[in-house]
Design a protein around this ligand. Structure first.
Ligand code: NA7
Length: 861
């Protein structure tokens, strides 16, 4: 080992000797690599070394929050309680360090000051607080997510004359608060755990609360019977495997029910059970919708508030302790032991800083608008510069002098939360944009350490020595992590998850919300695809597989996964009647869409007999402009009601009457029956607009899929007639019958509408000879000029994408006003999937806005 001013060469430098650093050292040694961990503390333990405040415990059960890599270690360590205390976890980590003889590779009481990539030598030069430099090929930040305490950003924070303590740096010898007047600033997890214990000693305890947190009783004690039974049932190995493949890194039944669809009594029963169980992950995963839907979330939040009101005697204090300004689960849900009860003690006081703002700290205590609160001791429980703080604290310089701090100045940019572009061979364990703090850290740490060490091993085996993400891969991952954050409620709280607790920090949802199980599959897929998104280099060659690993929108991804699990027969393998029955049955399962003012079912004269229509009227004062809507279903399936949720949505948001019309279906009535009926429908609605309660005059046409094909064809066929069409909305239209387009090849299978199904539709609908008829393939019309303004929506993962794009371009070339809306990461069925594919909502709203603008509607929906 080097001494002051000297230089040491090792294969790997790890920063930190907490849970991640220890396992890393063990793995690296097993691979025959030399490694050194550099640790600021004088012992191992990381978070569990520093956070020694009274009452510090893990909020993940001990049975889960421990290493799984060594079955012997796993079997020999007995946890004394459901939630182990900090001393017990620290003892465990010390035991691991001793058991695997890891201390000899750790340099304690040393900090890493800077790390710089030397591109010529292909090594990192790591400068430490001891004044020496360690040179390494691989540099791993095992720095922890909550290890850089946040500065107390309070005026006069250092001017207090009494004793000052930070929960995150609690003295090892403990603090005797007996008889003291104590002020605690903060009500996060650290405060919530320590306040009940500090209150036992203090003469007076005053808690300064800026934002109340949601907390539930830990009900600590022995590991609960149901968890032990599961362990027994699965065996230790099976249990650990289940944890690795679970959403939060803890074996847990996956929710299948919606809170909003569950009767209130049943829901309360479930909540009561979970409340007494004292398991935050179980609560957060009780129902599918509680972390995503604000209304469902509010039901849970109110349950918590009810509990607070029941527990705290003074109603005003209870109200102050009730969080009301953000959804539950968007700040870390806490587990406590008697937190709310503590406020019933006569010597414990709550200062609600929202009502009595903090002015600053003075020699004698804490001043708020209401006056000076005098103390002997102030405890700062003010939290951490989470997730990125410890990483950017080190001066990290990558390829070409690129500074990590600058690279991340608008928020962390990573690939998989493990690496960042421009910084070869720099790995992060549980970095931002990985599941990290939203998972059982023990599981996520093991997964990252294994991925990193296996990657180093694979590179060496291939004669390569550097790896770094491509810019495309990093951009794609940042986008994907952001997409997941976008469908969650996470951004609705000023939490440390989004960096909002640190003044000036960019506001970005930092943890990956896709879950441990999916995330693990993605990391594995990257490797299977020859390190997709990475450039790997060696002395003699470079290999790069550029690309983006997750391109689907997250909710689309989830729906496709569920469908794949159902292993349904392909529709094209079914007889037509069965396929129709299947479609009807699936339609019955979906969310209903928004309420409209009125729904009227009726009939109209089709080209060859009466056909049904369904009219949706807005709940606003009419008369309303009118839209004729053609449903999807490949001219074979569906009917005027089958796009019901989408029609409701269009009606509400465009403030128009939507008349969804039937047309004859193939194979009973083949081309051009559907076209003739579509034209008849437009003519009839046009004639009867007023009696339907609509504005007479120009109509808009809209349709999805084959329905969009009919809308486009009707616009062409009625061009120059007495019927004025104000605009056409074509959602993922069929415009051609060319199955060789790239989108057909790329998206042939796996994205709901398959190339095979489309062929089945065409086979039923039109003979080969008819398929080039512009009434079947509107793209092939000789002249597209003079057509109504169009909005054309295409989806990235749709076989029909390219023909939709081609129609948009062709219309534009012909001088038609076109708004083309390509939808990233969506499939053919995304747009009509109201309340299922949430990421398609912006597109749906744009469609509605287009209808309003076509029809000149002035009412803002
Ligand atoms: P947290 O959860 O970040 O809590 C910090 C608390 O301190 C929180 O209530 C903050 O209020 C409060 N705070 C921070 N700065 C101020 C200022 N300037 N004025 C008043 N109040 C302030 O940190 P913890 O250590 O409790 O927990 C961290 C994680 O460790 C925890 O989630 C577990 O995962 C383990 P705010 O909410 O920002 O208004």
């Amino acid at each position: 080992m080097g001494t002051n001013g000297s230089s040491t060469d090792v294969d790997v430098v790890a920063v930190g000797a907490g849970m991640a650093g220890l396992y890393l050292l063990h793995r690296l040694r097993g691979m025959g690599l030399s490694a050194v961990a550099i640790e600021a503390a004088d012992d191992v333990g990381g978070t569990w070394y520093w956070n020694r405040y009274p009452g510090a415990r893990c909020d993940v059960m001990s049975q889960d929050y421990s290493y799984s890599f060594d079955p012997e270690l796993d079997a020999e360590w007995e946890w004394s309680e459901k939630y182990a205390t900090q001393p017990e976890i620290l003892r465990y980590l010390q035991h691991v360090a001793d058991r695997f003889d890891l201390r000899r590779d750790i340099r304690f009481e040393t900090r890493v000051d800077s790390a710089a990539w030397d591109d010529d030598a292909r090594v990192w030069r790591v400068a430490t607080s001891a004044g020496d430099t360690v040179t390494c090929r691989w540099y791993v930040m095992a720095t922890g997510c909550l290890s850089a305490p946040k500065d107390p950003d309070i005026t006069g924070a250092d001017s207090f004359g009494g004793d000052v303590y930070f929960t995150s740096r609690w003295p090892h010898e403990g603090v005797d608060l007996t008889g003291k007047r104590v002020g605690v600033i903060g009500t996060g997890s650290s405060a919530i755990q320590s306040i009940p214990i500090m209150a036992q000693q203090a003469a007076e305890l005053t808690v300064f609360q800026r934002t109340p947190n949601f907390s539930m009783p830990a009900n600590n004690g022995p590991t609960p019977d149901d968890r032990l039974a599961l362990l027994e049932e699965l065996g230790r190995t099976g249990y650990r495997e289940e944890a690795r493949n679970s959403p939060a890194g803890v074996p847990m039944p996956v929710a299948t029910e919606m809170a909003l669809a569950t009767p209130e009594e049943e829901r309360e029963r479930v909540f009561e059970h979970l409340w007494h169980h004292g398991h935050i992950i179980a609560f957060a995963s009780a129902y599918l919708d509680i972390a995503l839907n604000e209304e469902a979330n509010e039901v849970v939040a109110e349950f918590f508030r009810k509990k607070i009101r029941e527990t705290v005697d003074d109603p005003e204090t209870a109200e102050s302790l009730c969080p009301t300004t953000y959804p539950i689960f968007t700040k870390r849900l806490c587990v406590d032991s008697g937190y709310y009860e503590t406020f019933n003690l006569p010597h414990v006081h709550l200062v609600d800083l929202r009502k009595d703002p903090l002015v600053g700290i003075e020699d004698a205590g804490v001043r708020t608008d209401g006056g000076l609160h005098e103390f002997d001791v102030i405890v700062f429980a003010t939290g951490f510069d989470a997730m990125t703080g410890a990483i950017v604290k080190v001066d990290v310089t990558g390829r070409g002098g690129k500074e990590l701090r600058t690279h991340w100045e608008d928020g962390p940019l990573t690939y998989l939360g493990i690496m960042t572009a421009g910084f070869p061979n720099l790995f992060m364990v549980t970095g931002p944009q990985s599941p990290s703090v939203l998972s059982n850290m023990a599981v996520s740490i093991e997964q990252h350490v294994e991925w990193i060490t296996e990657t180093i091993g694979a590179l060496r085996a291939d004669g390569l020595d550097t790896i770094e993400p491509t810019q495309t891969a990093e951009d794609g991952w940042v986008q994907h992590a952001g997409d997941f954050a976008g469908i969650s409620l996470m951004d609705k709280a000023n939490s440390w998850y989004v960096g909002a607790n640190v003044p000036g920090k960019p506001r970005v949802v930092m943890p990956y919300l896709g879950g441990v199980d999916r995330y693990r599959r993605i990391c594995d897929e990257v490797v299977e695809r020859d390190y997709l998104g990475f450039t790997r280099r060696g002395p003699a060659r470079a290999e790069e597989v550029d690309g983006v690993v997750c391109r689907l929108q997250p909710d689309v991804m989830i729906v496709l996964e569920v469908m794949a699990e159902l292993d349904l027969p392909p529709i094209e393998s079914l007889p037509v009647e069965d396929a129709r029955g299947f479609m009807e049955a699936s339609s019955a399962e979906r969310p209903p869409g928004p309420d409209v003012g009125e729904i009227v079912d009726g009939t109209f004269p089709g080209a060859d007999g009466a056909l049904a229509y369904r009219l949706y009227r807005p709940d606003t004062t009419g008369p309303h402009p009118v839209v004729v809507y053609f449903h999807g279903g490949g001219w074979v399936l569906g009917d005027s009601r089958s796009d019901d949720p989408f029609c409701r949505h269009l009606c509400v948001h465009s403030d128009s009457i939507i008349v969804s019309v039937d047309y004859r279906h193939a194979p009973e009535a083949r081309f051009p029956a559907a076209v003739d009926d579509a034209i008849a429908a437009v003519r009839w609605v046009h004639r009867n607009a007023e009696s339907l309660g609509g504005v007479p005059g120009p109509l808009a046409l809209a349709g999805w899929s084959a329905g969009a094909n009919l809308a486009a064809v009707a616009c062409q066929q009625l061009r120059g007639s007495d019927i004025e069409i104000a605009g056409q909305v074509l959602v993922t239209p069929v415009t051609d019958s060319d199955p060789t387009r790239p989108s057909f090849v790329e998206n042939a299978d796996g994205y709901v509408l398959t190339a095979g199904l489309m062929a089945w539709f065409w086979d039923h609908y039109a003979h080969d000879a008819h398929r080039k008829d512009p009434r079947a393939a509107p793209l092939l019309a000789d002249d597209l000029s003079g057509l109504p303004p169009a909005m054309i929506v295409t989806c990235e993962f749709d076989p029909l994408r390219d023909e939709g794009d081609a129609y948009a371009e062709a219309l534009q070339r012909a001088g038609v006003e076109v708004r083309h809306l390509p939808c990233r990461g969506q499939t053919h069925t995304s747009i009509p999937s109201v309340d299922v594919i949430l990421t398609a909502e912006p597109a749906r709203l744009e469609i509605a806005a287009a209808l309003r603008s076509f029809l000149g509607a002035t009412v803002d929906a």
